[in-house]
Structure formats: structure tokens, C-alpha cells
Ligand binder design. Structure first.
Ligand code: 2AM
Length: 176
């Protein structure tokens, strides 16, 4: 039997926006603010699944494939810090309804399949810095990225040689 994998559903960010975000981050955060997430690892988690067996993975993939939902536009215009989880994040002042519906659906499917889901409301965010244990000044408002979301994906998180890598396992297209 294969080892359980650490999986999550997430939205990918377009590569040009990942690059713009890391340039903006370098301009607005000091080097000691926290550990920066690599451009290619910037993503927005919809539902975290934890360590999942192949059998449960297949069941969750089949449920995800039944989701019928239109795409939406995501705007990133908010930033904050959670001192408890030592994370600095980028998010949306007004998350689109489509994003909240998609995350709710995936979280409900995960929960019904026995994956623990926090009862806390979903707070869509893209982690920019980890290990940010001291309060950091946040960039002035006015930053803004917008892009169409046309798909969501299942990712595996691997940790090896001190680095985390995410690989996309499967992708589902949203309706146009
Ligand atoms: P984070 O960036 O806020 O830490 C892969 O680890 C992704 O899953 C990250 O986006 C991470 O969110 C999220 N994640 C990891 N552990 C989690 C948990 N226990 N609950 C919810 N999301 C989690």
C-alpha cells in the first residue's frame, strides 16, 4: 500500500502575477520580516486535506469532479499578519462569491469524507512570509492584482532537504 500524501485543493496564481508579487514583497518587507515563500509556491488554498490515502484521494477527486461552478475574477488588494501562525498574507478585501462557494463545497466534501476541517470561517489568503514572529509594518494600501480564475487543482506538498515543494496532481476547469 502506498504512503499517505499531504494534499490540498488550491488556486494557482498566474506566473506573471507571482513574479510581480515577489518584487512588491521585496520592496515592502525587510529581509528579517520572515521567510519568503518562493514565487512558484504562491497559491491560495481552498481546502487543506492533510495526510490522505490513495483510496480517499480518489474519492475526493471524484467528488471534486462533480462541482459545476462558473469561473470568477480574483482581486488581491489586502494584506495582513497572523501572529499566531506567524504568517504574512495577501488576500481580498471582498472575496468573490464564487471563491467562497468553491471553498465551501470542497471543505464540505472533505469533511464528509472524514478529513478534519477547521470550524473557523474560510479566510482566503496567499501566504507571503512564514516565521513572521514579530509584528511587521504592512505595505500601504493601493496595491492590486486581478486575474480570472478558470480552474482549481489538487496539490501534493513534499518536504525534502529542508524545502517544501508543491506539485499539481489534478486540475478541474470551472465553467465559462
Ligand atoms: P498556510 O499557507 O496558511 O499555512 C499547504 O501547506 C497549504 O495548506 C498552505 O496553503 C497552508 O496554509 C495550508 N495548510 C496547511 N496546514 C493547514 C491546516 N491545518 N489547516 C488549513 N490549512 C492548512
Amino acid at each position: 500500500m502506498s504512503e499517505p500524501k499531504r494534499l490540498f485543493f488550491a488556486l494557482e496564481l498566474p506566473a506573471d502575477i507571482q513574479q510581480q508579487i515577489i518584487l512588491w514583497r521585496a520592496q515592502h518587507f525587510l529581509a528579517d520580516a520572515g521567510r519568503p515563500i518562493a514565487a512558484a509556491n504562491l497559491h491560495l488554498t481552498l481546502a487543506f486535506l492533510g495526510a490522505i490515502s490513495t483510496e480517499k484521494q480518489r474519492a475526493l477527486e471524484s467528488l471534486a469532479g462533480r462541482i459545476r461552478q462558473p469561473g470568477f475574477t480574483l482581486t488581491l488588494d489586502d494584506a495582513g499578519q497572523w501572529l499566531r501562525s506567524r504568517v504574512v498574507w495577501l488576500g481580498s478585501r471582498q472575496p468573490p462569491r464564487g471563491l467562497l462557494q468553491l471553498a465551501d463545497m470542497l471543505r464540505a466534501q472533505a469533511s464528509r469524507s472524514g478529513c478534519y476541517q477547521s470550524p473557523q470561517p474560510f479566510h482566503p489568503h496567499i501566504t507571503l512570509l512564514r516565521d513572521a514572529s514579530h509584528a511587521v509594518p504592512l505595505p500601504p494600501p493601493g496595491f492590486h492584482w486581478s486575474f480570472p480564475v478558470t480552474a482549481f487543482s489538487l496539490y501534493e506538498s513534499h518536504f525534502s532537504q529542508g524545502r517544501t515543494r508543491y506539485s499539481e496532481l489534478k486540475r478541474w476547469t470551472l465553467q465559462t
